[in-house]
Design a protein around this ligand. Structure first.
Ligand code: SAM
Length: 299
């Protein structure tokens, strides 16, 4: 296949001040790290993340939801900060039954924090709206700092890692999870093909591979930590109808449109993918795709 070029993005030649204003807008709407994209669309609430996570229900062997936090011997003594906590996938494993002493869930998006209100009311949890690049926590104030599937959304990843290191006590642990560059590649290949077909040229539907993957993360984290190890989890998903794949792709509609930056018949893209997935299901009984994730354990 020919090398994939990102979509063209022309900058108008205008008065320099306008250029600064325009550049600010572009970065605010960046499909992966833009603040407006994250808090106003992708993570305005937890609807899209729930849609994406629903696909894991088709794992041929179910994963332990504690797979990425079980390295910590939770015994009710730990203070933990979950940075970019989202709707609390990990906090819901750690906070109940007093497995930690206290947890602080931090997220850029107020909408995501709202989805944790039920857990906060049950006790042992504080919620704070904050940016990972400047955490409102004191030096060495937590035993465990977590940044789960979120560092690839941060514009300055080294700054966020320095913050994780700063807030963690000596002898504490930082956990940072992410995906591999080939996570769900079978779905992303179909997506690229469907968008390319609509635009009549080869296009990558999303920027990728992301800036913090299981492949690239160790090198970045090693700048702050003397010990960085990776625990991986690979799952094979066997999907019996096209709908879960369509639901997954529909949940990333806004970042795709922002990245493509030109009119795109998104319903036609979804339809194209549904047809291809149904063809595979007809031929093979199910559509199979593979997740590849990992958590870095940093000390
Ligand atoms: C993919 S979700 C992961 C949520 C959760 N940690 C999990 O693994 O299920 C990414 C989360 O990071 C948050 N986020 C993105 N950029 C952030 C930043 N700079 N500071 C804090 N949170 C951020 C988003 O609002 C979103 O809730």
């Amino acid at each position: 296949m020919a090398p994939l070029a990102p979509p063209a993005r022309g900058l108008p030649y205008v008065f320099p001040l306008c250029l600064v204003w325009f550049a600010g807008r572009v970065s605010d709407d960046d499909p992966t790290t833009g603040r407006r994209m994250l808090t106003g669309s992708a993570y305005a609430d937890d609807r899209h993340i729930r849609s994406r996570m629903a696909i894991y229900a088709y794992a041929e062997t179910a994963a332990d939801p504690r797979w990425r936090t079980s390295v910590i011997p939770w015994d009710g003594t730990q203070i933990v900060a979950d940075v970019g906590c989202g709707n609390g996938f990990d906090l819901r494993q750690i906070v109940p039954q007093g497995r930690c002493r206290h947890a602080i869930g931090l997220d850029l998006s107020a909408g995501m924090l709202r989805s944790l209100e039920d857990l906060r009311q049950s006790g042992g949890l504080s919620l704070v709206q904050a940016d990972a690049q400047r955490l409102p926590l004191s030096d060495e104030s937590v035993d465990v700092a977590m940044a789960m599937h979120m560092l690839y959304h941060v514009p300055d990843i080294p700054a966020a890692i320095r913050e994780l290191r700063r807030i963690t006590k000596r002898g504490g642990t930082v956990l940072a999870s992410t995906n591999s560059s080939v996570h769900l590649a079978e779905i992303h290949d179909l997506l690229d093909a469907a968008v390319s077909s609509q635009l009549d040229r080869p296009v990558q539907a999303l920027p990728g591979p992301n800036s913090f993957t299981t492949q690239s993360g160790a090198a970045i984290l090693s700048q702050e930590f003397s010990s960085v190890t990776l625990r991986t989890l690979d799952l094979s998903l066997s999907i019996p109808t096209a709908q879960p794949v369509i639901t997954y792709v529909a949940s990333i509609r806004e970042p795709i449109l922002a990245w493509i930056g030109e009119p795109l018949a998104f319903d036609a893209v979804l339809n194209d993918i549904a047809v291809k997935v149904e063809q595979v299901i007809q031929a093979q009984g199910s559509f199979r795709t593979f997740t590849h994730m990992g958590v870095f354990i940093c000390r």
